[in-house]
Design a protein around this ligand. Structure first.
Ligand SMILES: [Zn+2]
Length: 227
């Protein structure tokens, strides 16, 4: 546990973040923790999909088994971005299609050992369908050039585009973790405004390096504080 907290603090720059709870559900998304990071499982009528592939492959295998999912049954991984702790678990997912924004190809190439060609090139504003599960794709450049957020059934999956603080507010990841931290903040403000203008009710916020929160209002509060 001490190691876990230490790694989380190293990554978050000692930011006071809310803890990640393994197997906690945020709408259709189930958190799967690996030490200081997490990825999310979404069970659909056409099989399980993941948002990011977590970090250590054998940890991911355990987390999937906890949720009754075989690695070979994962059909798609939607990547918020291509850093090592989002992509390394891909090595145990033989049938998973790589879905990401085109701008993330270089980061994926750097961090995935096997062929990291994007199978399904996503575009900003696109809606994907997995059975009756709808996934809305948003480009959120800044943490990396091709960072994305996904809106699925009321939950906004944020990857490393933001964190939830221990006080329950939304904040950016530490500046030294992002390629362009100022662009990251501008992109998050734009995302909040866009979701509101589209009339999408964000019930949960679910980042990779902190726990999630049941309060979409934190997204708008962040936007209002950072205009
Ligand atoms: Zn990252």
């Amino acid at each position: 546990m001490r190691t876990l907290i230490g790694l989380l603090l190293v990554w978050t720059g000692c930011a006071d973040v809310t803890g990640i709870e393994n197997k906690k559900s945020f709408g259709p998304a189930i958190a799967m923790i690996d030490l200081f990071t997490s990825c999310y499982l979404v069970k659909t009528e056409v099989g399980p999909i993941l948002v990011d592939a977590c970090w250590r492959p054998e940890e991911l295998r355990v987390r999937l088994a906890e949720n009754g999912v075989k690695p070979e049954d994962v059909g798609t991984v939607l990547f918020t971005h291509g850093h090592q702790d989002q992509v390394a678990g891909l090595s145990i997912l033989p049938n998973a299609r790589i879905a990401a924004l085109a701008e993330e190809q270089d980061v994926l190439t750097k961090h995935v050992k096997t062929d990291p060609a994007i199978d399904d090139v996503l575009s900003d504003g696109q809606t994907l369908r997995f059975g009756s599960t709808e996934v809305r794709v948003y480009a959120v450049p800044g943490h990396t050039a091709g960072s994305a957020a996904f809106f699925i059934g009321g939950v906004l999956l944020l990857g490393d585009n933001a964190l939830i603080t221990a006080k329950g507010s939304l904040g950016p990841v530490p500046r030294d973790r992002s390629a362009d931290p100022d662009l990251n903040v501008r992109s998050m403000v734009a995302l909040a405004d866009r979701l509101r203008s589209e009339g999408r009710e964000v019930k949960w916020l679910a980042p990779a390096h902190s726990g999630g929160i049941e309060a979409g209002a934190a997204l708008q509060a962040f936007a209002d504080a950072n205009r």
